[in-house]
Design a protein around this ligand. Structure first.
Ligand SMILES: [Zn+2]
Length: 448
């Protein structure tokens, strides 16, 4: 009798290199040799990007397999050994954790995942759930990665989700510049438009599929379906060998981290929010070129900031004026000695711009010169030709604002993994696309 086993792990990487998705790819290879089956795609679950202790992208992994009871121990052993061997254990802040969960995922674990994506949870909460459901957890050092491991298991991605095709470099090339044909990436972008996203920055034409660091990733192609990201991979021309590739099902580009706050009073440090309010004062530019503006509602005020690297958003923020009704989407930075609690904007929706009116004296009907008021209720006179208009009134006209109502998103190159790009609006998946009792062949999501 085959049993379902969910293998969640996190926090194996460091700022200097390594990559948890690569550890997943190595484990997948070994599982394939053991002959165990996958019943869903490998999951790459991005957690709250605003927690203070995140390593880099704050992504946790989950592999969902079917295995014979007598294989369980062997599977657990190979996962544990691989995580231990491949983790950057000597690096400060790398605190790997693994969770093994048998059977169906209970609602409480799903709810835990939701909270790990949208707010801040503790390892204690994770350990409580692990004990309650008789799961197994293995932690290295402090084992903080157990939180992400359990969250990745709980994340079901029943609603909106996307896929990423990740190609890995061979060892000897790591740390050197990535050799990808840029024009092939542009071609892919044109050809698969709307089926893939954030591959090229539309403002600068910069290629976004290749990371910069020493990590083993050659490139990652994000898209709506497995077929689309795979097509993308076929179009991209690489001038260096690909060691292996994996397709992950993920919550990237879905805004899964953002939760609507009812009021400014509800804005809590480290929690990503969507907050609506009225711009309370003119935006100001602070050191570093960042733009700060304050929004208010009945319960209070909160500062919002558009950071300099977020070009588009910074420009929009600069054009806001007092009284504009906006919605700000972003992560909450706690107050410091110099700054109050601040929402770091990822998106700004201008809902209702203030209408700016100007009142001007009428023009003389005889000579066209702007007239002068003769005092309240006395009409206007022309100083040039002497024309008197007793019944003339001031002319009211609307000043055109340099921004229109609508949604503005940070430029793709500075977007969070979780930020839903403008191009994905309208493509959200709402049906449960999970595979039912189906066994996935490895060729669908893994290859050399
Ligand atoms: Zn005149």
């Amino acid at each position: 009798m085959m049993e379902k086993l969910h293998i969640g792990f996190d926090d194996t990487d460091s700022r200097k290199g390594g990559c948890t998705t690569y550890v997943a790819a190595l484990i997948i290879e070994q599982l394939s040799k053991l002959g165990v089956s996958f019943f869903d795609y490998p999951f790459l679950v991005r957690l709250n990007p605003n927690v203070p202790w995140k390593t880099r992208g704050n992504g946790a992994l989950c592999l969902r397999i079917l295995c014979e009871p007598q294989q369980m121990d062997e599977v657990k052993e190979l996962v544990t050994e691989t995580v231990e061997k491949e983790s950057e254990l000597s690096e400060a802040g790398t605190e790997p954790g693994i969770v093994f969960f048998k059977g169906e995922v209970p609602a409480a674990v799903e709810a835990f995942a939701e909270r790990t994506i949208t707010s801040v949870v503790t390892k204690k909460e994770a350990l409580k759930l692990i004990a309650k459901y008789k799961a197994e957890a293995i932690g290295f050092k402090t084992g903080r990665g157990i939180i992400g491991g359990l969250a990745a298991i709980g994340a079901q991605l029943k609603g909106d989700h996307t896929f990423e095709f990740i190609a890995y470099r061979i060892k000897q090339n790591r740390g050197t510049p990535r050799r990808i044909d840029g024009s092939s990436v542009l071609q892919m972008d044109r050809q698969l438009r709307r089926q893939i996203f954030n591959n090229v920055d539309p403002e600068t034409g910069r290629i976004l599929i290749t990371p910069r660091g020493p990590d083993p990733i050659l490139y990652g192609i994000r898209g709506e379906t497995v077929e689309a990201v795979r097509r993308g991979h076929e179009i991209v021309v690489s001038h260096e060998p690909i060691e292996r590739w994996t397709i992950f099902k993920t919550n990237q580009g879905t805004d899964a981290h953002l939760k609507r706050a009812v009021s400014t009073g509800e804005v809590k440090p480290f929690n990503p929010v969507i907050i609506r309010g009225e711009v309370a004062a003119e935006p100001r530019v602070i050191q570093g070129g960042h733009v700060v503006f304050q929004i208010q509602d009945k319960t209070g005020k909160v500062d919002c900031a558009a950071y300099e690297p977020t070009g588009t958003l910074r420009d929009v923020a600069m054009k806001l004026i007092q009284g504009d009704i906006v919605e700000v989407y972003g992560g909450v930075r706690p107050k410091s000695q110099t700054n109050p609690t601040t929402v770091n904007a990822e998106k700004i929706q201008l809902i209702k711009p203030v209408v700016l009116l100007v009142h001007m004296n009428p023009k003389c009907s005889t000579c066209g010169k702007r007239m002068k008021s003769m005092g309240k209720g006395q009409g206007f006179e022309c100083l040039k030709c002497g024309f008197h208009g007793k019944n003339l009134k001031k002319i009211v006209s609307e000043i055109e604002r340099p921004i229109k109502p609508g949604l503005y998103v940070t430029s793709p190159h500075s977007q969070r993994h979780l930020t839903k790009p403008l191009s994905r609006y309208g493509l959200e998946k709402t049906v449960d696309a999970r595979l039912n009792k189906q066994v996935l062949s490895y060729e669908l999501f893994y290859g050399h």
